[in-house]
Design a protein around this ligand. Structure first.
Ligand code: IPE
Ligand code: IPE
Ligand code: MG
Length: 249
């Protein structure tokens, strides 16, 4: 039985988020520049997307560039921005054909014009599609969006458009860049690091975390299936006890 056949389609996560990590180490292991690894990371994105489509995932969020990544050497940052533009323009036809809806989360105002324009063209081109949502986290950090949400809520309260007592979980969720998107049930991080690195802190409150030693450029469809099977082997209790869950099923 293949890994794919083992997946229970009834409990496939609707939303999978991925911290694509390990490009630099992958390149360095073969004596190449870090950018070489980023380039090969694009193939892993194709694999992951194909696998997610195959099992009926509705939202796939990929952490591609954090607000902290600007502090890397200029050559790497420029190379990553250039790769982003080339990849989006090169892939958009194929993505559109396979019914993908492309969007982003993060502070896209902070991206170079060439990136913003290429992204906007991809969003416009694919917005009427009905397949998987491919969400690129670009110039994203959870703290950035939580600060922005806090300021927006404070403004509404100050102007009298919202009462302080009305601020609840939904108010905050709706102010985040993921508003309207269900929280990820599964968060995957590659490369053996076991940290969240400022990604979706609010949204992963109850996500299952899957860490794999695989470096991002080596990540294949089977690796996504493994992560989903790991997810399906967990008992998600949401604060309850096992006996209560059994009663509800
Ligand atoms: C992830 O790979 C890609 C980005 C953060 C843009 P890294 O570039 O972080 O690779 P490592 O972690 O240094 O190996
Ligand atoms: C997280 O990876 C950001 C992305 C994958 C875009 P990093 O490589 O930047 O994270 P740290 O520095 O290891 O925490
Ligand atoms: Mg890294």
């Amino acid at each position: 039985m293949s890994l794919l056949d083992k997946i229970n389609r009834d409990t496939t996560p609707k939303h999978i988020a991925v911290i694509m990590d390990g490009n630099g180490r992958w390149a360095q292991k073969q004596g190449e520049e870090r950018l070489f690894g980023h380039n090969f990371g694009v193939e892993a994105v194709r694999e992951t997307l194909k696998a997610a489509q195959e099992i009926g995932v509705e939202y796939l969020t990929l952490y591609a560039f954090s607000t902290e990544n600007w502090n890397r050497p200029k050559e790497e940052v420029d190379g990553l921005m250039d790769l982003l533009v080339r990849t989006i323009s090169g892939e958009v036809d194929e993505l559109h054909k396979s019914n993908v809806i492309i969007s982003s989360i993060g502070d896209t105002d902070g991206l170079p014009d060439s990136c913003r324009n290429e992204l906007q063209a991809a969003f416009d081109r694919t917005k009427k599609n009905t397949g998987i949502n491919l969400i690129l986290a670009l110039n994203y950090s959870a703290k950035w969006e939580l600060i922005r949400a806090t300021k927006n809520i404070a403004r509404l309260v100050k102007s009298g458009d919202m009462k302080l007592d009305q601020v609840d979980e939904a108010t905050i969720s709706n102010m985040l860049s993921t508003h309207g998107i269900p929280d990820p049930e599964l968060l995957i991080r590659t490369s053996g690091e076991r940290r969240v690195s400022n990604f979706l802190l609010w949204q992963i409150a109850y996500a299952e975390l899957h860490f794999t030693e695989v470096l991002w450029p080596d990540f294949k469809q089977e690796d996504l299936y493994k992560a989903v099977l790991d997810y399906q082997s967990r008992e998600r209790r949401f604060g309850l006890v096992s006996a209560q869950l059994e009663k509800n099923t």
